[in-house]
Structures are given as C-alpha cells and as structure tokens.
Design a protein around this ligand. Sequence first.
Ligand code: SAH
Length: 472
Amino acid sequence: MTLFPLFANLDGRLVVVVGGGLVAERKVTALLKAGARVRVGARAFTTTLRQLAASEAISLSTGEFQPEWLQGAWFIIAATNNRDTNRRIAALAEEARCFINVVDDPELCTVQMPAIVDRSPLMIAVSSSGNAPVLATRVRERLEALLDESLGVLTALAGKHRHTIRRLRPGQPQRRQFYDWLLDGPVAAALRMRQPTQAEQLLERELEHDTSSPLGKVTLVGAGPGDPGLITLKALHALNTADVILYDRLVSTQIRALARRDAAQVSVGKTPGENHDATQKRIHSLMLHHARAGRHVVRLKGGDAFIFGRGGEELEFLRANGVQYEVVPGITAAIACAAYAGVPLTHRQYAQSVRFITAHSATESDALDWHSLAAAKQTLAFYMGVSQIRQLAGQLISHGRSGDTPFALIENGTRSDQRTLTGCLRDLPGIVAESCPKAPSMLIVGEVAAFANTLHWFAARTEQREALVARE
Ligand code: SAH
C-alpha cells in the first residue's frame, strides 16, 4: 500500500476522539494546537481532559459509545482499548466517508499519523506506511538533531515577507536564488544566534538590491559510479539548488531522485552508435541557453567529469562564452569499482602505479601504447565498451605482459547488481564469452586484481577462475 501524504487544515472543524485515556489526551492536545473543534467521547476522562472541558476548550460525551457522537466530524480518532469498539467506529467512519485514525491499528486506519518534527510553521512528517513506526521515529530523531530550532522562526519570517519577495523577485530563478541565500546565508546565521531584529534587517536590505540582470551559472558535477551514498555533499547541494539538470546516461536514477523536485531534468546521454559530436553540440547550446536565462544549470556526469567525461571541453566552451562555472569532483569508476570489489589499486609489493585508460572503440585501442601498458608492476584500469575486452587481453599478452596476470572485471560497480569476474589474462576472452558482462563494466588488470578473490565484501561473490597468479 502506498500512502498519499497530505497536511490537513482542521481550523474550526470538528474532530471526534473516542476514548478518554492518556493516548486520547495526547491526540486532543495536538488537535487543539491545529485549531480543531474537539469532541471527546468515553466512559471516563483523564484530569486534563476534564479540565479542558471545564474551560470549554473541548466538549465531552460521557458513557458507552454512541454512533451519534460521530455526527458532523471531518475526522475521527478511535483511541479506545476495545478492538471491537474501534472496529465498529471504523466501519461507521467508512460509511460516512470520513477519514479515521485508529490508534495502533493500521489495518483499521484510513489515515495514519506520522512522526513529526515540529518547527512551526515548518512541519516535517515521517511515515513508514504502518510498516515500522519505530523506524519512522528514528528518522524523526535524526531530523530533530539536524534541524536547528531557529528554522521555525526563519520560516515565519519568510512567510511574513512572502508577498514582497514575490513582487521584488518576480522571476522563478531569482526567487530561488533569494531563498537559497535566505536559508544558507547571514539571515539564518543571525537567527541561530537569536538575533531576530538583525535577521529581519538583513533580509529587507537584501530584497532592495537590484537583480534586473540575472546571472546564471553552470555547475559541472561528478555523480560518482551509481551508489547514491558516493556523491559529495557539494554535489547534493548543487542538485538541491539546480533549476535545470542536464544528465548523462550513466547517472543512476537514485541520484537523480535526490534533486530538487521542480528542477527540470533533461537527458543528454550519448548512446553508442549515435553521432557524439552532434550530442555534444546540443549539450553546449542547452547549457548556454539556460545559463543566459539566469538559471542554475547542473551538468551531471557519471563518475568524475574530468575523467573520460569531456568535462574539459564543456568548460572551454563556457569560458569562451563568458558563463560562470564551478566544478564538483566525483568518484571515478576505477576508484569506486576497485573499492567495491576489494581491489587495492596500488600495493607496496605488486603495483607502484595505476593507469586510467580508455578504449571504447577499436580506433581508441589501436592508438594505445601497448608496449608501455604491458610493463609489469602497474595496475591498468580500462574504461571501455565490453566488445573491446577480448582484444585488450591479446594485445597485452603479445606485448609481453604475462598470461598469468590476474584481472577483475566489475560490471555495474557499486550498484545492487554489481558482479565481479576474476581470472587471469590468458582466460579473459573465454570468460567474457561465457559470462557475457554488460555495460558499464570496468576491467582492472594487474597483480592486485587477485585480491578481489579474498577481499571482496560487496554484492555478488566473485566468480573465481583457475590459474591465479602465484603469490609468495
Ligand atoms: N566519467 C566517468 C567515465 C565515463 S566513460 C567516470 O569518471 O567514471 C564510461 C565507462 O566508465 C564505462 O564504459 C565503464 O567502463 C566505466 N564505468 C562507469 N560507471 C561504471 C560502473 N558503475 N561500473 C563499472 N564501470 C563503470
């Protein structure tokens, strides 16, 4: 079951709570805070509930449950300790098309109460859809720790100036920029220091600034290899402040899901076989178009933008066109795949250097200096299309690298479907023909690759092949 999250306006609306114990009392307190009119029905009531009734904050119905109690309710909460009564109330609510929450009984609920972080008027609700309320509570605790108390005051301040902000920052991008500044800048800082007057002055002063010629910019962001846990805090910030995201094919959907909801996401991925130069031109013109319109463009690339990502060309283009830019590095596939496969890329005994090599096409691999690549005591990390793999092994061996040299081939590195194949160079073509690895795959060649057999820790177990290099 997927629940639809919403926040209800109960101001002045009747809510009926059945049950007069401590649980009911807690619900009543929350309902009164939201301005609801509350009627409580039960055989007996806590002292607090009786006091509330005495001060006319709520009304009471005393005795056995009566269906009439529910009349006129917008929302019902059943908090009796009798499951049959709760069930009856739930059935009546259903009949009256009225939402109901039955305390501790998700099956009878048409509405569930979330765990909340209250920074009124900012309110954060967390729900596990009834699966694990304890987990929702844990998440709530973490958010409590993360969000400063002053966030509520900041939200109220933004609310107070909302219309002025709208008037003085009519364009979406400028308005977003203003809110970013509000959340990250001196106003929030002043509020954290409990200086509300100064905060408000700062806000008003900033609003008077002229922003008639908006300045867009491009942030070139490395999204890493796939696991969303591997993006940097700066990348996350960029995704949260972007107006437009131009993303490559290799960027995982989980990472794109971290972006600000209303950022436009445009796929600009290059697919094999298509004209890459035309695609690159399109990317350039999209960046320019959006930046000139004052937007924050995030150019999101798999791994790191400066490793086989044409990031350099994009910056040259932006510079030539006077567009402001920033670069956020990402974890490149070789580093990430090695880590997730248990392969240390360098090792005091086996490898003093590591090389990142690309060989996506036959022309690219023809141009490689195979002689130097075949030298011992170095690790080779190949960024390549799977069709190139066979030929790579042959070239290395014919230029003098031992056929016993271990390799690790990591498919879908860092993703839940990661698979690692290991063996020695001589057997590589056969293993590839048999196991049919798919793109994206990373080939690591060198003595260190054998560690994948012993140090692996993530996802599918390494498929070990015979003829591993002898180790003393
Ligand atoms: N800029 C990227 C590389 C782009 S080239 C980076 O820094 O990682 C694309 C190649 O990277 C793919 O053909 C594949 O060899 C490798 N690659 C990218 N992501 C990968 C992943 N999750 N697992 C294995 N290989 C990957």
